[in-house]
Design a protein around this ligand. Sequence first.
Ligand code: UT7
Length: 330
Amino acid sequence: MRRKAIITGVGHYAPEKVLSNKDLERMVDTNDEWIVSRTGIRERRILEEGKGSSYMGYQALKMILEEKDIDPEEIDLIIVATVTPDTMFPSTACRIQHMIGASNAWGFDLNGACTGYIYALATGAQFIESGAHKKVAVIGADKMSAIVDYTDRSTCVLFGDAAGAVLLEPSEEADYGILDWILHCDGSGGEYLHMLGGGSLYPASHETVDKKMHYIYQDGRTVFKFAVTKMADVSAEIVEKNNLTGNEIKFFIPHQANLRIIDAAARRMGLDDSQVVVNIDRYGNTTAATIPLALSEVYHDQKLQRGDYIVMAAFGAGFTWGSLLLRWAI
Ligand code: UT7
């Protein structure tokens, strides 16, 4: 019998420090009304200096292990979706493995930008379904404040720092857990959203620093145009492909980049507001962390019941985009 990967634990971490729209008004030429009406964001969290994405990912995983009373030595694999690894190498997964004491685990980082968490969940599920592993930790962690230019009003209002995590375990029930996913990338979109400096093509130099190449660049209008159609298409497609209708979906958990993009996808799926999980107002865009952070909040608010269908969807740099369908099993 084919095994399915089910989510058996969920955790998250958001730093305490809040950066509000009012705070940003004092830093760049912007205002609360513009930010709220164009993005839906009211505030975001900022991690302190001296700590990297691994710290937040570790905290999110620790929440799961403590709640479920699981020994870290039981973890087989740690996958970390991130665009802000602590360092180029070693990987953030190796750092978290060491911090948490997962002495029997291996692990790696995965870069799918804002779609990273869906890529990572689909990847983690393969190691469960194949029978290779029994406990796979899938973490999304991004310290976006490390790569944001706080003099650029077009990007600095958008991003925040956070992490979320799930634990995947096997189930013999064919109709539960991660049921399906649709994943895409199109590298021709790379010019519209990127951070060019610090890799092998443009290694760090005085020039890369002077040209602000270690910060996020985004052509917001072009990215918006693609995101609003691609995320809606791929969300509706996974529902139809699995012979479901919008009203059978308990929760739609979209990547939180812009409330207008979320609303467009929800409308396409025929959902009402109560089915759409939105926390962009409190955290902004935390890249690979948005989806597990939102899932963890819904889970800890005790809104999930066994049998609930959940659709996740995202769009991000690459371009990358995708959706995932799961049925809650615990
Ligand atoms: O998560 C990864 C994927 N990323 C996304 O999905 C983001 C997609 N893009 C977006 O969400 C939107 O394009 C933004 C929120 C980034 C921007 O919203 P927009 O409605 O596309 O605005 P815009 O870039 O077309 O700018 C409109 C105006 C411009 O002024 P002019 O040229 O019309 O005079 C900007 O200079 O708003 C100005 N502007 C601002 N004004 C106040 C840009 N940023 C700001 C700001 N405060 N922070």
